[in-house]
Design a protein around this ligand. Sequence first.
Ligand code: PGA
Length: 259
Amino acid sequence: MSTLWVGTSWKMTKTLAEGRAWAAGLRESLGGGGTSDGTVPAGVQPFVIPSFTAVTTVAEILGEDSPVLLGVQNAHWEDAGAWTGEVSVPQAKDAGARIVEIGHSERREHFGETVETTRLKVAAALRHGLTPLLCIGESDEVKETGGSGEFVLDQARGALEGLSAEELSRVLIAYEPIWAIGEKGRPATVDELIEPFAALGAEYTGRVTGLLYGGSVNLDNAADLLGIEHATGLFVGRTAWQLGGYLELLRIAEAHAAG
Ligand code: PGA
């Protein structure tokens, strides 16, 4: 079975002190940062995507030998220049990031992210050897019409257009239906996810690094979600913001990987 990717984005949460405590606890649990004790969950690739302010701090705490990959929640497509308020992929890499989250629905809704900008950002991440984590997902309205699979395929195809097979193999996709995300979302049932995962899996399984699920993942539904055909991981918000929740999700994934 392929490696299960289990990660969290902190979105716009956590002070530095809170971020430090979370990262130090994770290091203690999984090892790294010069400590050799700790247990890395077998068959699982953990990753964490803090706010920009905490990226270097978390990088330092986890240490270069950490089994946990670090990411940023966004990055610009240009390498440098007059783009006030933006952070580039080379800057993110310099700060310790290995993953660039791209096109989360909150960025599409509130910050004008489009298929075109996601395509530019995916290319920028790949150009610098970072892993793009492309987020796609449909609204409730689209779901009601029964077109979820086609809709998310269009988002993915648009962002990944023109990539070589080698480049595509370095991409992570997170399918995150908007209706399932965050406080206003409701947890999806496995049945609701079969069609979109079948559509995405038919096109991308074996061609990308992983096909993750995100949106109201919790300790009760995580095992079932990992059991969906073509799903190879979880991308989690709220449940993982408390370290205990994240560690538990890693254990659930490890058990799933062990079959
Ligand atoms: P949630 O967020 O787990 O809090 O629903 C998921 C996401 O936005 O990736």
